[in-house]
Ligand binder design. Structure first.
Ligand code: BES
Ligand code: MN
Ligand code: ZN
Length: 489
């Protein structure tokens, strides 16, 4: 990202715009810069993300609302920042002040920077005349020095990680093929000082990753499985495994989708993109734990030798699955990845996957379904979600529903009955998490993609989950002053 964020004492005279972030109380009490009547006429009351501009002393003056003082939090600051990033992209140098002292904490400043950067995001790779944001310098007033600069640097690192995930999701399935996805992610991994391991088609076959092989069978392009590892400088206080679904395009296989249903299916690697995005920031975030990422990658096509409904696949951990619907492919590749992640015996696992339309039916486009096997770990993920503003909702994993996927020829089949599909998918994944490892599954089928701009969310790939994963990694091993979550039952 070209924008640099600097902590300064006061708004710089030479900036092209001066921006004040204000609460609704401050607006009601009146501001020195502007008459109450003007604000009233413009219907500006300081609601979160509301923006009011006027010319002043040769530059643009701007008020951005952050809502009521008592309710200001990181999420409101991020929204306010996004208004700035979206509406002031024509300015090259802007200064932002947070005159209400309560808003001036490190978390607020970090979220502000995240919002400004994310709101200015555009995917222009294929636009002949697209104009990127002109913003290249943002000075944040309220104090200079390392302590004030640090949250700005963190915010920039987080936003860059999320924008990387967006870029990956927005890249079409025909160009971001599985080998290309792995190459790009490996290059990023090397660049950021991570350990990188790429399983190619031979390694995948030799390793018995039968779920990935089965889904890949209808493709003319080979599959990959990417591993990235962050090792902290000191001996790690634990190991966290991140797993992300990496279907670069989901046509449904022989159980083919409709044309409509396929239109956004380049987003089916949104979980993998979020995992890779988060990993790209690990060296800057510097968590105390080891963080290991596993991303299985393939498209789900319907070539002449594609997996047929009725075929049986053998997963890495030895369990067999009868494939009755080739469009329920995410669980097949994740089964291998979760088995592999389990073998490394991490203290906890989280997976992110655009797994089921059923989860979108249940929770809509903005909220991820959360399922898991360990209350403490579920709580940790919920807390990270509160801070990151990426919403999750806890759904059950009802043990008796497992009957739905009993198979007469294999250990299980890959689908259940028509209703409660998000839960059956979660229950199937659970079969591949080794006994005793705390695990959470996030079904991000809804929030990985957006049909419209909204606050820090931009149309297309959203990069949902990147901030949550970074927050989770940052705190891992420090939960409630305790170590990693205790093993599941
Ligand atoms: N990738 C889809 C799920 C999806 C749907 C993600 C819409 C984002 C938006 C997944 O592979 C899928 O096709 N799931 C099937 C499962 C069914 C066949 C049991 C679904 O949800 O219809
Ligand atoms: Mn599918
Ligand atoms: Zn899919």
């Amino acid at each position: 990202m070209q924008i640099s964020f600097r902590a300064v004492r006061v708004l710089p005279k030479r900036a092209k715009a001066h921006i004040w972030i204000v609460t609704s109380e401050t607006v009601a009490a009146g501001l020195a810069q502007i008459s109450p009547r003007d604000l009233d006429n413009a219907d500006f009351s300081g609601k979160t993300g509301q923006l009011y501009t006027w010319p002043s002393e040769g530059r643009t003056a701007v008020l951005v609302g952050v809502g009521s003082r008592a309710e200001v939090d990181s999420n409101k600051m991020r929204r306010a920042g996004a208004s700035i990033g979206r509406k002031l992209g024509k300015q090259s140098w802007i200064g932002v002040d947070l005159p209400d002292v309560e808003l001036d904490g490190a978390a607020s400043r970090q979220a502000l920077v995240e919002g400004i950067a994310l709101g200015s995001y555009k995917f222009l790779t294929y636009k002949s005349e697209g104009e990127p944001t002109k913003l290249n310098r943002v000075d944040v007033a309220g104090g200079s020095g390392a302590a004030n600069q640090h949250p700005l640097d963190l915010g920039k690192a987080v936003a860059e990680a999320q924008m990387l995930a967006r870029d990956l999701v927005n890249e079409p399935g025909g160009t971001l093929t599985a080998p290309e996805f792995a190459d790009r992610a490996a290059a990023i991994g090397h660049d950021r000082g991570l350990s990188v391991k790429v399983w190619d088609e031979t390694a995948i076959a030799d390793g018995g990753l039968g779920g990935i092989l089965g889904v890949n069978r209808g493709s003319t392009l080979p599959p990959r499985l990417l591993e990235l590892t962050y090792d902290p400088p000191e001996p790690p206080n634990g190991t966290l495994a991140l797993v992300g679904k990496g279907i670069v395009f989901d046509a449904g296989g022989l159980s083919i989708k409709t044309g409509q249903g396929m239109m956004t299916m380049k987003c089916d690697m949104g979980g993998g993109a979020a995992v890779i995005g988060a990993m790209s920031a690990m060296t800057q975030i510097a968590p105390a734990a080891q963080i290991r990422a596993f991303v299985p990658m393939t498209d789900n096509m319907l070539g002449g030798d594609a997996t047929r409904p009725g075929d049986v696949l053998k997963i890495r951990n030895g369990k067999t699955i009868e494939v009755l619907n080739t469009d329920a492919e995410g669980r097949l590749i994740l089964a291998d990845a979760l088995s592999l992640a389990s073998e490394s015996e991490p203290d906890a696992i989280i997976d992110l996957a655009t797994l089921t339309g059923a989860c979108m039916v249940a929770l809509g486009p903005k909220i991820a379904g959360l399922m898991g096997n360990n209350d403490e770990w579920i709580e940790a993920v919920k807390q990270a979600s509160d801070v990151s503003g990426e919403r999750v909702w806890h759904l059950p994993l009802p043990a008796d529903y497992s009957k739905q996927f009993e198979s007469s020829v294999a250990d299980m089949k890959n689908i259940g009955t028509p209703h409660g599909g998000a839960l059956t998918a979660g229950l199937i994944l659970q079969e591949f998490v080794a006994e005793g490892i705390p695990w959470v599954h996030l079904d991000i089928a809804g929030p990985a993609w957006s049909d419209s701009d909204d606050a820090e969310i931009t149309k297309g790939g959203t990069g949902f989950g990147v901030r949550l994963l970074i927050e989770l990694a940052k705190n891992f091993g420090h939960l409630d002053g305790d170590n990693a979550p205790s093993p599941a039952e």
